[in-house]
Design a protein around this ligand. Sequence first.
Ligand code: MSP
Length: 643
Amino acid sequence: MKNYITTPIYYVNGEAHIGHAYTTFIADTVARHSRLKGNETFFLTGTDEHGQKIEESAKKAGKDTQAFADEISKTFKDLWDGFDISYDKFIRTTNEDHKKGVQKAFMTMHDNGDIYKGNYEGHYCISCETFFPETQLIDGEFCPDCGKPTNIVKEESYFFKLSAYEDKLLQYYEDHQDFILPKSRRNEVINFVKGGLHDLSVTRTTFEWGVKLPSQMNDDKHFMYVWLDALLNYITALGYGKDDKNMDFWPASIHMVGKDILRFHAIYWPAFLMSLGLPLPKHIGAHGWWTRDGEKMSKSKGNVVLPQVVADAYGLENLRYFMLREVPFGQDGDFSQRAFIDRINSDLSNDLGNLLNRIIGMSGKYSEFNIDSKDVIKYHSKELDAMASVIDNLEPFLDELRTHRYLEELWKLFSIGNKAIEEHAPWVKIKEDKKDEALATVALIANILAKASIMLSCIMPETTRKISQALNFTIDTQSYQKLILDKKLLDAFVIEKIPPLFPRVEAPLMEQEQKKEEIIAPKMQTKKESTVEEDNLITIDQFFEISLRIGTILEAEAVPKSKKLYKLSVDVGEKEPRQIVAGIREFYSIEELIDTQVCVVSNLKPAKLMGLLSEGMLLAAKDEDGLSLMRPEKQRKAGSSVG
Ligand code: MSP
């Protein structure tokens, strides 16, 4: 069987963060497991380099656009290489082959009657590279996806007849119930299509950083819409438009994407493919969004979690395990060091690591490290049956990308092992002169570890390689066939002593959290002794969900027609100052505010007051005599965190 697995291609306007790493880890997991099963596998990742957003980012950085794209694309490639991501091809949309493929696709759609020239006027969000109808805008102006202001763009454009595909798409979703994973996201897509599809503007005349129209079109003014260009990467990577060399991998088994770009993959892309006369991908897997300590990650907030930093602190495979275990597929996940450390200590160190340490210790004591499966069936048929039933039910979880359930089930194997050790207590059996039975239990554990390692290898390839080395076998398609499919046991072998794989982590290893840790300790103690009703208390984690920052007020002006409100411009350490509308006019003059510092709640959802957007709130104390703003005792840097 041939399997083709893809990640989205990443925009080259910034460094990779853990959200990007998550998509890539899941896709890598699926690709590795596919190879383990002996399937021919093609795994694609790469970078999305065209469009206004990239053009503007390069300009801001004062760099030539191509040089800028080269630089950032390399940071992605280097990261994935350092992370041993098993991709077969890294595509870049600025590659000539890709551009030719896009032009060929455009021409084919045109020749099939799906592309026509017209005029477009609409609200465009540069950040999302998407047009939105007025009805979808927030407060008639802001992008419904990212919240940033949209611009009205009026231009001549070529259109793709998306509206003609409404019924065909709905029929396809109906006939392929598992096209969209998790299935809970199907309705969202179906409702969008049922709401009516407008034809899609697929060219732009307002920027030049894109693929030109095919020369046959004789129209130099237009450049391809970046999403048309980007989605086509999935086939140009296989040689579409060049030599079709790997087109036998098409259709893709799975396009892994984040929920924010599901619409492009589940609606636009299938329609383009229908127009090209190509089959549709088998699955689109849409995962949730990662936040940090409950907050959306953004460069401006300075809370972006960089995968390399986490991997350096905690270990790459621990990170893979954590991300894939912690979050139900499709749901949003939160990155907190606390949760991460708990996973390392309880799942990896206690459950898996200890089991390996125990059999290394016991086999050393009882049999000079020799392990033989010959009596396992005799003494442990109950455990073998339980183990087989866990393993038999595992793969469907991975097929549906439910990695957290896959790992949860897989961990049942370690429970079976730990329970068998307690029940059969080999150290007692040795004393009772029942050495065969004691050694059978040790061999059972070795087999559990071996089988579990094979199934875990797609998520923790290097760790499981070390375990397999200790157990003297190799994880590959043959051992998968023998130990998993044929349910056989390990041949007799001598176990190799290896150092503990998962040292316990006692305190957060990344800087920012260490500071929190110092605050957490005394607070937890007082809580224990406290007589205050527990119900009225919040945990420190809840407290830290609120982001408090020092802000410097740069400008202030009275809001017309309001007695209470000022419109403030406040520097909270981000690129741009925030606009905050505050009800403090009765208590402060403009002079008393400008150039002074305040404490800002910086992760409040933006709201509108008197038609003005307010992106935060000032802290103040109020009683019957008046109101006082909370200010730092001494001047602090704008953006300093409070807590
Ligand atoms: N270039 C487009 C994709 C084109 S695919 C033909 C794009 N790029 S992106 O760099 O902005 O995002 C790439 C992927 O990262 C998306 O799947 C997106 O959902 C994911 N993530 C970006 N931020 C994320 C989180 N905070 N959490 C989880 N994933 C997120 O979109």
